[in-house]
Structures are given as C-alpha cells and as structure tokens.
Unconditional design. Sequence first.
Lengths: 163, 624
Amino acid sequence: MANQQKIPFTGTKAQEQKLRKVLRGLKNVDGALMPALQQAQDIYGYLPIEVQEIIADTLGLSLAEVYGVATFYSQFTLTPKGKYKIGVCLGTACYVKGSGDIYAEIQKQLGIESGITPDLQFSLDATRCIGCCGLAPVMTVNDDVYGKMTKDQVAGIIAKYKN
Amino acid sequence: MNINELNEIKARALASMGPRVADHTKKDITERTVLVCGGTGCTSGKSRVILKEFKDLVAEKGLGDKVHVIMTGCFGLCALGPVVIVYPEGAFYSQVQPEYVEEIVNEHLVNNNVVKKYLYKETVQEDGVIKALNETSFYKKQNRVALRNCGVIDPENVEEYIARDGYQALYKVVTSMTPDDVVNTITASGLRGRGGAGFPTGRKWMFAKASKAEKKYVLCNADEGDPGAFMDRSVLEGDPHAVIEAMAIAAYTIGADQGYIYVRAEYPIAVQRLKIAIKQAKEYGLIGKNIFGSSFNFDIDVRLGAGAFVCGEETALMVSIEGNRGEPRPRPPFPAVKGLFGVPTILNNVETYANVAQIILKGADWFASMGTEKSKGTKVFALGGKITNTGLVEVPMGTTLREIVEEIGGGIPNGKKFKAAQTGGPSGGCIPADKMDVQIDYDNLIAIGSMMGSGGLIVMDEDNCMVDIAKFFLEFIVDESCGKCTPCRIGTKRLYEMLTKVTNGTAELEDLDKMEELCQYIKDNSLCGLGQTAPNPVLSTLRNFRDEYIAHVVDKRCPAGVCKNLLKYNIMPDKCRGCTACARKCPVGAISGTVKEPHVIDQSKCIKCGACIATCKFGAINKG
C-alpha cells in the first residue's frame, strides 16, 4: 500500500524485559504463541519483526511460524497504530444504517485509505461489530464511542483530537 | 464446598440482594434496588458514569443500607440504553443521561416519587401504575431461559448467581447422576447447538463420552464472529457462571478435567467478567479439585481469539488454541474422537451452555415443552438494523418473524416498508416479506433458504439494496477466508467480482446464471462450514429478490438508490424553488441555475455524494 511507511523500531530495554518475563511465564503453556503475541502487542503496541524474533527464539519456534500466525489474525498488526485509533464499525447492523459513508468521510478527512497518517496521529480501521448495535452507525476513537453518527459530524469529532 | 454451604450462601445472598422483581402492591417501601445495565451497548452510552453517580449520591445521602446499587448484564432493549431499573416499583428509566441521576435520586429514592418523564414511555400508564416490563410489547412474547439472569444479577458476584439456584445443577449431576443419565437428560430435552448448525447436544456429548482416552477437553465457543450478533457476548457479560457451571457438567459427563473458553478479544467486558467469574468459582471451590467432595476435578482457562471469523469453525478454533494459524482441517476424525491437542474434545456454543443447568434442574420435559417439533426451547436473537427496538430478544422456537419484527421489535422506523430480514450472518440468507409468517426454527429457516445461524437478525427496509447486501457479506467472506482450500479462497473472490459487475451496471444476464453455478461449486467443494455456506447470501437474494438483480443488469438501475454507479440525482423543476442551497453545498459545482428558478444537475460533473438531497428543504431532488 502506498501509505505504508517504514517506521524505525524504537523498543526500549524496559519493554524487552517485560516481554521476556511474559515469555518465561508461558514456557510450559500449551499453545503459548497466541497469548505471547497478544501480550507482546500490549507491550509494544504492534508486532515489529524484532519482537517476533525474540518470541520465536524464546518459544523455540521458527520465525516463519511466528510470522505466519501474526499475519493470519486481523488483531495483530505489524505496523504501529496512531496516537488516536479511529475505528468504524462495518458490522451488518451499522452497515445497513450507512456506516460505509461514515468510513468514506473519515478517509476523506484524514487523507488516507487506511493505516496511519504521516504525522502518526491518527490510524483508521474498519472494525467488525463492536456490539452496540443500538447506537448504529458507530465510530470509535480509542475508547470513546460515538453513536448514531451522521456524515457531517465526522469533521468535528476528528477536530477534537487534533492538537 | 458442600451442599449445606451452598445453600447457606444462597439464603444469605437472597436476603441481602434487595428486591429484583416488580411488586406494585408494596405500600411502604423501605428497601430498593437500582439496577444499571453494564452491557457493552449501555457502557458505550456512559452507563459506568451513571453507576458511579448513583453509588456516590446514595452514599452521600446516607441511603446506603436502604438502596442497593447494582451493575447487571444486558436488559435487552439496547435501543433505549443506557437503561436503569428501580425495584420494587419496576421503574424502567430509559436513555438515562448522567445529569438525570441526581433528580432520580432526590425525587425517587428520597421522596418516593417516580420521575415519570425519564421512564420508558410505554410503561407510563394513565392510572399512575407503572406497567410491568413483561407486559410491554418488547418483553411480552419473550421467554428468558438462556438470558434469565441477564439484567437481574450482578455478574461479578458469584453469590448472586448462587442465589438464583446457581451450581445446584452441578451438585445434582456430580452427586446423583451418572454420565449416562446426563446424556439421556440432555438428549431427551431436544437441545440443539445454538451456534448455528443445530447439532443435537446430547449426541455430541455421547460420542465424546464413548471415546476412550486419558485426557479429554471441554471447550466453549465464544468466538461470536457474525457481524451484528451479540447474544453470546451478553450471556458472558450478564451471566458468566451459567457457562462455567454447564462446562463443568459437560466435563463430568464426558470425563474431562480441563476446559477452555475461546472468546473474541473484541469483547473486553466479557473477557474481564469471565476471568472474575472463574476466579470466584475457584475460590468458592465450585470448580477445581474434588468438586462437591467427589473425585471429579475440573479447571477452566480463557483463551483469546484475535479477530479471525473462521475460528468460529470447530476445527479451526482448536488449531487456534494450539497456537497456530486458525485453518480448519477435514473431518473425520471428528473432535469427539480427535480434537484439541489430538484428544477427544467437545465444543459447544455459549448459548447452548446457558440452557444446560436449567435442563438438569427443571427436567428434559420442561425444556421440550417449549418450541416446535424438532427445535426445542428458546432462541436468543440480536435484533438490529432498520428496527425500532434494537436489542436482544429471547423467544420460544416457532415464533414467527412477523411477531419478532412487528410486535417485539416495534416495526420499522420512519414509516418505511419492511423488505427483508437477514439471519445467519454471512452463512445465512435474506427472508422476504412474504415469508414473515413462517415459524422460526432450524429446519424451517433452511427450507426457506436461510439458516438459524448464531442468532443475528438484521432488518432491512426499502432503502437497502439486496445486491449490495449480498456484496457486503461476500466482501466479509473474501476477507475472512483462511485460504486453505481453493473453492473458498478463489471462488468467493470471483463471486465478489461478479457481484461488483452487477452493482457497477456492467453485468449481463448470463452473469447471473454463472453466479448461481459458481455458488453451487463453492458450496459443494469447500473444506469447512465457512466456504460451504459462503454463497448463501447470494443464492437467497438471487432467489427472493431476482427482480432487483435484473433491474441492475438490464435497466442499469438500483431500485433502492444505493449502488452509486447506477444512481442519478435529478431536480424536479416543479418542486424546486431556486433557493440555491444545493448549488452552494455541491462540492464539485455540478448544480447551476439562477435564483428563484429551477436548478439543474450536470450529470457529467456529479459525484453522487448526496449532499444536495440532504440540503434541499423542499424535497425537490430525487435519486434513482
């Protein structure tokens, strides 16, 4: 994708120590790879190749196996997310109420198709049902939920998060 | 834990819980319970802030020993969230805002005057008595079995579950029933898998019981991936112990000692409550070693999914728990013979488990007395889309779609006409208006080209284009196909491209026949349920709404006005007042005309954004 940029790895020693501690705790767990990736993503915010290498080495797996799992599941991301993560529910209930138009409007406002804005402030994802179908159509910014959205509310909501 | 201790907790909890049912005869009310919905829908509407407000104000006013403020699971009527109920009056406050709380506390809890203006309108009656919730049109035809504790108990307090006969079924099973007795009871009840396929639960347990092995597993499928379905999430959020107890019963029956609950990571509240519930069940000795003094041991872990729809398929789910890419594998061998980590395993859906303890306590006959001949009990549906009462409903099998949509659901908003209801998510189909009186059960839905699925029920009105909906589901499937088998990986992609041709207006009539042929091929040759059912949304819309497809293909027109390439916006000269509002709003300057004269849209410039139609105050612009 055109807007995917190579972002240098900035993991800290403290993060690595935390990860190694998590991995030690998972040593004897059956099927440890999924929980390992989930907790690694909690620590780093995403799963850069450097982190996958640590996981592969510690759990005794090949990097290919780790990469295979990391790229299979949509929750795992190999690129970082923005400071503000915008999600638009494209579950059926939101979709029939026009969330596709909301998504298009956000794309327009942010100037990106998906992924992250060049200033790393916003990232955009189409999400599956987030489970508040009574509020459809719904968009989220980090933990804030905006329900019963109309297209012309989009600009105002994004502006709230711009510095 | 022994039965005396369990009964002591039950008595103690019942005494301290405060009123949980409406009692209109009560005159001098000394004790009240304020229930605040803590389901995901209401939480998104700030119900946590509301809960804190209530707790703070009740403490501030010194009402602590007379008013219990409790966070519960989902009440079901999500459209009116955030919801607060006060008992014993049964006052149902809807769409509560944090700033209403002070008034409700002062007027209702202190001065004993129900604040009528915040009540759900249907419950306000002329004679001043609040209509009981189970008499409102939304709840009247419902029968809450799987959801019986949702919106009643505090899901983070095991004692409230025990107060409602929790863990009594497990006690009964472990101390007085053989595994065969349990299988026979579940089989006789007629319980079928609520995940969608409807396989008889008793038979599934019997197969796993018959497999000889040292180690066996019991799994719970909480990977609710159908976009627009949230039944399982509500059970986990509102009554997590019902699932834990049923899994323990299943484990006892088949001879397993370890269980896993595979739950979507997208459900943070459900995950958190499950973890709390498992911890409490262990602390109380309800699961763990030597349950109720027997030799039966059982432990449960939670495993999180990571956003792959295919992991709802049983073999893929097991492969995922093992830490691999969630790709399904061929069956046989069936999981009852060779499942998780290569040993006999049973996998049931959340809602299936939610029925089990009650079947044990109330008997197979009780359960079998509800429903139709081949589909017993109740079914929970997540009602969404173009419907007034969005929310969660549980009805006996055999209820008609018309009853659900028109009576319980309150019909279609904005005076629009019902067009179709979609059940079964990406594996299901669309039910047209002329089939609304079919009794909903597993077999009838398949007969009319849809399926029960896990319980998503999305209502569509005349503004929804059925070709677009079929395309929406196909896009989902293309995204979620794991890629292991060719018919699904490539077939669904090709099918999606053909649908795109239809919505673009570049398809020919023969493309419709080709699509049907391809659908059949994908159905017959795919490895797992995802691929085998993937063409259903296309097949059912082709069957029930063929005229819409033909309008797209032959007339190059989208009757619902959704497919952008086929849309044309026009200004009706007789209605246009020449106010210039639309011309000023148009982002590409496609509208021209002089003031107070009818305007015109230049079709070559128009980008079909719809800004003009939203601006016009005179209804002078149409699309079609």
